[in-house]
Design a protein around this ligand. Structure first.
Ligand SMILES: Cc1cc2nc3c(=O)[nH]c(=O)nc-3n(C[C@H](O)[C@H](O)[C@H](O)COP(=O)(O)O)c2cc1C
Length: 456
């Protein structure tokens, strides 16, 4: 038992009132409305480090959930990822009160330029001493395209074409603009950086044009640890090339196992070693000292949950206005430009689930089936996911905040440690070194980030 590899454990959250467990902000002990204030986040960062979490994964979205009823009204009323503040700005403060915790920041390629984005990530990687990750998102909302001044969202596969070009540019800025020994900082000679060891990145492509040196000196990891969550055919190819931590939607043990197998095979085909990637899925946990305490807690949370708000978010995930559906209408189809894994999840029902069935799948306001039980029962479930679905770890979904995390740290973590499923101490080094147990903070030489790119 003790020979097990410890799981990878991240908290899954967002710089917003309502992340994916809608309605829980109304619980009397929930403090998510304090998302605008640093003390709330600093306390959370300290709690996570006490529980030896690997990271805090911060989701983000550009645009609003306005497919439901054709407006953002429902999203505003129920605080469905709106209002939402920038995730990256939180991180340097949280890094300053922790030493090991990693920070996965979601950023949408459509909302960024390679130069400005590469600079922001390098800055955070410096300030956190190598603890930054990036969840690469291509964007899936029409409202995002409207927010960014695009006439319509680029179609699904074209978003990935743009993303590939964006990736090649940020890799070049991070990895090849500055040599390792470019910074001399020689006070006597008055030379900070050796110009012969810093080169501009020049590019003239379909989506971007660039001619500039990277503005930041090399940070500990150079390229941040790369997360990605696309599961469509094009998304799989993209993940196979770029992702170091793949975020797989939780579709139940068997379906998730199939997705993990498919992605591992695609990675092998792309020439990457199985040990070069980790797979995480979502897990929502309500833990108690006894089974009855856990069940009571779940029932208490459930009284505040708003599955109807979960449905508003799901409307945008599949690109279908479900406000027009009756409770017993089946939900079939979905937009090819939306989140294809969400659309595909509907096909598990032969006739399409009804709206009523979808609502029943959201006991805590989002499409997660919470694991409710004692520390031993939670650990059994985690063991099953590792053994049967082949995942390496989890993004732990927020419940009532911050008590859900505090309960997990106090109750579940010691049991997981007893079973060898959770580490007893952090490893030293950057986030990438901690996660892969390697002695280099950089992506491995076979990774796309390190492939030679011609500088014209
Ligand atoms: C588990 C999971 C988490 C995601 N998190 C985000 C997110 O935080 N922000 C976002 O804009 N998109 C998010 N997405 C959307 C994906 O990044 C991607 O844009 C979408 O899945 C479409 O790609 P695909 O059709 O290849 O799956 C997430 C998707 C999944 C499956």
């Amino acid at each position: 038992m003790a020979s097990r590899r410890p799981i990878l454990l991240n908290a899954f959250d967002m710089n917003t009132v309502g992340h994916v467990s809608h309605g829980l902000w109304r619980h009397p002990r929930d403090r998510a409305t304090e998302y605008k204030r640093l003390p709330y986040w600093l306390e959370m960062a300290r709690t996570l480090e006490r529980g030896l979490f690997d990271g805090l994964f911060l989701a983000d979205v550009t645009g609003v959930y306005d497919v439901w009823g054709g407006s953002a009204d429902a999203a505003l009323r129920d605080a469905i990822q709106l209002p939402i503040n920038d995730p990256a700005v939180l991180v340097s403060a949280m890094a300053s009160v922790t030493r090991h915790l990693g920070f996965g920041i979601t950023a949408t390629i459509a909302a960024e330029t390679p130069y400005a984005f590469a600079r922001r990530m390098s800055t955070l990687d410096h300030l956190s001493e190598g603890r930054i990750g990036w969840n690469i998102v291509t964007g899936f909302l029409d409202s995002s395209a409207r927010a960014l001044g695009e006439k319509v969202a680029a179609d699904h596969d074209r978003r990935y074409d743009r993303a590939d070009e964006f990736m090649s540019l940020v890799y070049r800025l991070w990895e090849s603009s500055w040599d390792d020994d470019a910074v001399i900082a020689d006070r006597a000679r008055g030379i900070y950086a050796d110009p012969a060891k810093v080169r501009p990145i020049r590019h003239e492509g379909e989506f971007y044009r660039l001619d500039v040196v990277h503005p930041c000196e090399p940070s500990p990891q150079r390229t941040p640890l790369l997360f990605q969550a696309g599961a469509s055919a094009r998304g799989t190819a993209f993940a196979a090339r770029h992702a170091e931590v793949v975020f797989v939607p939780n579709q139940g043990l068997q379906a998730t196992a199939a997705v993990v197998r498919k992605l591992r095979a695609a990675m092998a085909e792309a020439g990457r070693a199985p040990s070069d990637a980790r797979f995480v899925t979502t897990l929502q946990v309500v833990v108690g000292r006894t089974e009855s305490e856990a069940r009571e807690r779940h029932e208490d949370y459930r009284r505040y949950a708003r599955p109807e708000a979960g449905l508003v978010q799901f409307s945008s995930a599949i690109g279908v206005d479900l406000s027009r559906h009756g409770l017993d209408d089946p939900v079939t189809g979905g937009s090819a430009d939306a989140i294809q894994s969400s659309v595909a999840s509907l096909q598990r029902h032969s006739a399409g689930p009804t709206v009523r069935q979808l609502l029943a799948q959201m006991p805590l306001g989002g499409r997660h089936t919470p694991v409710v039980g004692t520390p031993a029962q939670i650990a059994d479930e985690i063991e099953a996911w590792v053994d049967e679905a082949g995942v390496d770890g989890f993004n732990l979904v927020r419940t009532v905040s911050p008590e859900g995390l505090e309960h997990f740290v106090e109750l579940a973590v010691p049991e997981l440690q007893r079973r060898g499923l959770h580490k007893r101490a952090y490893a030293e080094g950057s986030w990438r070194e901690k996660i892969f147990g390697r002695a280099s903070a950089r992506p491995p030489a076979v990774h796309a980030a390190r492939q030679p790119h011609a500088t014209p």
